[in-house]
Each structure stands twice: as structure tokens, then as C-alpha cells.
Design a protein around this ligand. Structure first.
Ligand code: 9MR
Ligand code: 9MR
Ligand code: ZN
Length: 546
């Protein structure tokens, strides 16, 4: 009887929302929750009570009252909240709200984020360039042949029509070019995940070609990118800003993209990011491949010496290219470079350089950051270092700023109707920025443990998997009603029904309500390595016990 009523209500609701062209009213993390986590749904319809139904037998295992409404400014909605945090028994459930309908199914379990984590890291594998890739997800096979095997021409970088080998790495996004600056924030977030969560990451088998080798799968995937990055270093230690076609290709498969690709001239932000990545790589790879670690460190030192000799911000000359620019001030990149080189080697000049830059940035930890601002990566490395020699007053300033920023993020999440830790900010790639806030929150938690930091970290993931205006997952192949039409050349160019799995789309921009699950909308529905890198960190944080 109860079931019949629920079904009738659900049907009524589905019809009503289909007519109105609206999202389902009950919005929660459609992947699920760890048992001890806070669990909340936002409900965009008048309501007063809810029940949690166990899917296996239809039992009502919990009931409660909703609270609200409160106005949510960025979507212009009245939202009610259902708090079902006391649901702790592992299982599959749905949330029924009387008079409104039923939520998407979700799971409670300690390991609910293992498959999403694996899928999103495998997204990096599927992004590999210079090789054939193949993966199966939900019974569908995603594959392409070896691509961009002629990378690349040196014309603009060296003034000669000659080639240097630079195959490998990951494609940047929905396009197939390779950009060092965007690799920086991506690899930086992935290394930080390893730094903070290696024991739990290590247990996840990725099923990539290197699996079963001596090196942990996760590091092997990052090595694919570092191997490519090493080829972006010029003989003098400068680093080419990008490797790209002159214009974006059509929406074709990568192996069909045979138009010539070029190194661009060098840039100082790219060079600094290269130093940071290779210096960090030297630390993380040393236990598994000492020769490779030594190679990375030598490369880092060489480019660092180049930077010291060329202290001015140098933007790469991108004349003739209309592809991604990724141009940015280099002060934060240089800070990060110095921090990582110091952390790896303990060299005093790098520490002095790093601290001077931290001082001129007033030790500030930012709430919003992306490829154009990697200072937080440098600050976290500096703060968490076990090395001696740091300026104590400066360390304490960084710590204070980190905690203040994290406290601000907690407050922002609490004030938002969908607990979005970035509040009402919607810029290009903001979904990635939401995930990236977890680096700050977990950094703060390390410095001074607080339950709120963990909650806001989970809030970010909850938001991206369905506690949002659209009641949809923003990650292809995962969760309820995920993006079906990302701006991704592979997903458009192949014949498989679903898009390539494991990719976070950029998200609403410029407004909370402007996401479009449409192929042509690269402003809100493209995919990109920097967004996935941040999501990898956020999910890695949820692999183990909180
Ligand atoms: O497909 C391109 C996408 O990968 C980029 O992020 C985006 C912004 O640089 O540009 C896309 O290419 C568009 C181009 O800039 C303008 N003409 C339409 C292209 C979309 O197919
Ligand atoms: O993520 C980038 C965003 O911050 C910029 O505003 C935008 C326009 O320059 O470019 C985005 O990066 C795109 C890059 O230029 C080309 N590859 C796809 C990237 C994601 O859309
Ligand atoms: Zn390729």
C-alpha cells in the first residue's frame, strides 16, 4: 500500500517535472555516503517529512522531518533540507519525500568512493596521447589507436623546421593539445593526493598497462605525464609553454588528427611548473625507480638554474596559435618551484627564494585557485615539510591563513543551499575549483583537525555528484543522470553511445543555472585534466576512514 502511494507520487512528480522541464526536486549525492558522514539532501519543493527506503526489501528504515525553507540566492529557489545522517548501515537506499517524490538511489558504505576514484583516475589513462588506449565501462568499450606519433615540430621554438620527440603525456581536455601550465596544477593535485593519502590510494588497482609492476599504479599513471614533460625542456633549461596544433581540430578521433603540431617558445610559468613537478617527482618516484628520480631531479635543477638567471615574468610568444593560451603571471609558479625543490633537496637557496615569495604574497592561502594560481600547492608543501630551517614566524603565518581560509570555506558551504563550498562563484571550470577546495580543507585538517573540514570536503563531492540545481552527477559514467554530451572530441568522434567515462565537466558558468549538457557548449561542458586532477584528490580523501 505504502509502496503504491509512493509510486503514484513518484509518477506524478516525474510527469510534473518533465512538463516543467525541471530537474528532480530531491538533490543528493547519487553515489552515496560513507557510514559516518553527514548526509543531507536539498529539496526544491515544499515538504515536511521524509522516509529512507531500503531498496532490497522496500523497508522504511528511517523517517524524519525536513527543515526550511531557506532562500538560495544563486538559483533563486526555496530549498528544504532532509538530514538523514543517522542512516549508518551499509546498503542501497532512496529518499522519499511525501508529496514530492523519490530520490535517485544511493549507497551507504565505507568503500562507496572506490569505484568513482578508480574511474576518474582511469580517465587520465584514457587521456593518454602517443599510444592506443582501451577501457571498458558499464559494458561499453572505449578505445582509440596510437595518436599524435609525430609530435612535434620545433619551428616556432627553435626557428628551424625540424622535429624533436615529444610523444606521450595526456591530452589536455576535450582537445588533444598538451599544455605545460595546465599539467602543473593537475600533477600538483595528484601528487598531493599521494602525499596525503598514499596508503589508501595504493590499494586501488587501476588496471592500466603498468599494473602489476614494481611501481604503484597511481604513480605509473603520473609517470606517463612526467615522461612527456621531460621532453618539453629545451637544452638551456627553459621549458616550452605548449605543444599544439595551430588551430583546434574538428571533433575527430585522436588517431585521425594528423595535422602537424608544434612546440611553442618557452614561458617562465611553464618552466617554473616544470621545476615543481619534476622536483616533486624525484621524491615520489625514488623508492620505485631511483634512476628515473635522479633524471627528474637533474631536470628540475637545470630549469631552476635557468629561472634564477631569468627572473622576469616571461610570457611565451603564442603568435600563430589559436588554441588554449594558459598565460599567467609566474610569481606563484616560481614559489611552488622553489618549495618543491627545497623539499626534495633541502637546498638553502631554494628555501630563501620560496620564503621571500611567500612573504611578498603575504602568506595568503586562496579560496579559489586553478591553473593560473598554484601558490596554494607551494604553501602546502612548505607548511607540511619536516625539514628544518624554516622561518618559524612565516610558517605560523601560512598556517593561520590556511585555517582562516578553510574556516571561510566551511562557512560558505553552510550558507549555500546545496552546501557548495565555493558559494556563488561560477567561472569557467568552477566544478574543478569546487573539488580543488578539498586540498585546502584537508590541508587545514592536517594542521588542526576539525570535523567541519571533513564535512565541507565531503560537501564538495556531494555537490558534484548530485546535490546541485540539476540533481545530476557532473562526472561522465558515474552517478545519476551524468553528462551525456561533454565537449570531448573522442566522445563525439567514436560510435559508442555513452561518452568516455570518468570525466568532470566544467560546470555552470557564468551563472548557477547556465550549465548545458550539450556538445557545443565548451564553456560549461568540456572536460579537462586540471578538473579531473582536483576530483582525484577529493575522492582519494574519501577512500579511507575519515
Ligand atoms: O574545441 C575547443 C575547446 O577544446 C576549447 O576549450 C575552446 C576554448 O578555447 O575552444 C573550442 O574550439 C572552439 C573554438 O574556440 C571556436 N570555434 C568553435 C570551436 C568548438 O568546436
Ligand atoms: O580552463 C580554462 C579556463 O580557465 C579559461 O577561461 C578558458 C579560456 O581561455 O580556457 C580553459 O581551458 C581550455 C583550454 O584553453 C583549451 N583546452 C580546454 C580547456 C578547458 O576548456
Ligand atoms: Zn594524442
Amino acid at each position: 500500500m505504502i509502496n503504491k502511494i509512493v509510486i503514484a507520487t513518484v509518477l506524478h512528480c516525474v510527469v510534473a517535472s518533465a512538463l516543467a522541464g525541471e530537474a528532480p526536486a530531491i538533490r543528493l549525492n547519487t553515489i552515496g555516503y560513507q557510514p559516518a558522514a553527514r548526509k543531507q539532501a536539498s529539496i526544491a519543493a515544499k515538504c515536511s517529512s521524509f522516509v529512507i527506503v531500503r531498496l532490497s526489501d522496500g523497508a522504511k528504515v528511517l523517517s524524519g522531518k525536513t527543515t526550511g525553507p531557506t532562500g538560495n540566492a544563486d538559483t533563486g529557489e526555496q530549498l528544504w533540507t532532509a538530514d538523514f545522517s543517522s542512516l549508518k548501515t551499509p546498503g542501497k537506499y532512496r529518499l522519499d519525500v511525501r508529496g514530492v517524490g523519490a530520490s535517485a538511489p544511493f549507497t551507504v558504505g565505507a568503500d562507496v568512493f572506490v569505484k568513482p576514484f578508480r574511474t576518474v583516475v582511469r580517465g587520465m589513462y584514457l587521456w593518454r596521447c602517443g599510444t592506443a588506449v582501451k577501457g571498458v565501462h558499464n559494458g561499453q568499450t572505449f578505445a582509440h589507436g596510437p595518436c599524435h606519433m609525430n609530435d612535434a615540430w620545433l619551428d616556432m621554438a627553435a626557428g628551424k623546421h625540424q622535429r624533436a620527440k615529444s610523444t606521450g603525456g595526456w591530452h589536455d581536455a576535450g582537445d588533444y593539445n598538451k599544455y605545460v601550465v595546465n599539467a602543473g596544477v593537475t600533477v600538483g593535485a595528484m601528487f598531493r593526493a599521494w602525499e596525503d593519502f598514499a596508503p589508501q590510494i595504493r590499494k586501488v588497482r587501476l588496471g592500466i598497462p603498468e599494473s602489476g609492476g614494481k611501481m604503484p599504479d597511481y604513480l605509473a599513471e603520473i609517470k606517463w605525464e612526467i615522461d612527456w614533460l621531460l621532453t618539453m625542456q629545451a637544452a638551456d633549461g627553459s621549458v616550452y609553454h605548449k605543444l599544439s596544433r595551430k588551430k583546434f581540430s574538428g571533433m575527430i578521433m585522436p588517431e585521425r588528427d594528423r595535422t602537424e603540431r608544434f612546440f611553442t617558445p618557452w614561458g617562465s610559468a611553464a618552466t617554473a611548473d616544470f621545476v615543481a613537478m619534476t622536483a616533486a617527482a624525484a621524491r615520489y618516484f625514488r623508492p620505485y625507480d631511483a634512476a628515473f628520480a635522479a633524471k627528474c631531479l637533474a631536470a628540475a635543477r637545470k630549469s631552476y638554474a635557468f629561472l634564477v638567471k631569468h627572473p622576469k615574468d616571461h610570457r611565451a610568444d603564442l603568435k600563430g596559435f589559436s588554441t588554449g593560451t594558459y598565460q599567467t603571471r609566474d610569481s606563484d609558479d616560481r614559489l611552488w618551484a622553489a618549495a618543491e625543490l627545497w623539499e626534495t633537496t633541502g637546498q638553502a637557496d631554494a628555501l630563501a627564494d620560496c620564503e621571500a615569495r611567500i612573504k611578498s604574497a603575504r602568506a595568503r592561502v586562496d579560496v579559489y585557485w586553478d591553473w593560473g594560481n598554484v601558490r596554494n600547492l607551494g604553501l602546502l608543501t612548505y607548511l607540511q615539510s619536516k625539514r628544518s630551517g624554516r622561518d618559524r614566524a612565516l610558517v605560523s603565518k601560512v598556517r593561520t591563513s590556511l585555517l582562516a581560509t578553510a574556516d571561510g570555506i566551511v562557512k560558505t558551504a553552510k550558507a549555500h543551499g546545496y552546501a557548495r563550498p565555493l558559494g556563488t562563484r561560477y567561472s569557467w571550470g568552477c566544478n574543478g575549483a569546487v573539488a580543488r577546495q578539498v586540498l585546502v580543507l584537508r590541508g587545514a585538517h592536517k594542521a588542526s583537525p576539525k570535523k567541519e573540514y571533513l564535512q565541507a570536503s565531503a560537501d564538495a563531492v556531494n555537490h558534484l555528484f548530485g546535490r546541485n540545481y540539476y540533481a545530476r552527477s557532473y562526472v561522465t559514467g558515474l552517478g545519476a543522470r551524468p553528462p551525456m554530451h561533454p565537449h570531448d572530441r573522442r566522445s563525439t568522434g567514436d560510435t559508442v553511445a555513452d561518452p568516455w567515462p570518468g570525466y568532470l565537466v566544467g560546470g555552470p558558468n557564468p551563472k548557477a543555472t547556465s550549465w548545458n549538457d550539450a556538445k557545443k557548449d565548451y564553456r560549461t561542458n568540456e572536460i579537462a585534466i586540471n578538473w579531473n586532477g582536483a576530483l582525484i584528490y577529493a575522492l582519494a580523501a574519501l577512500l579511507g576512514a575519515p
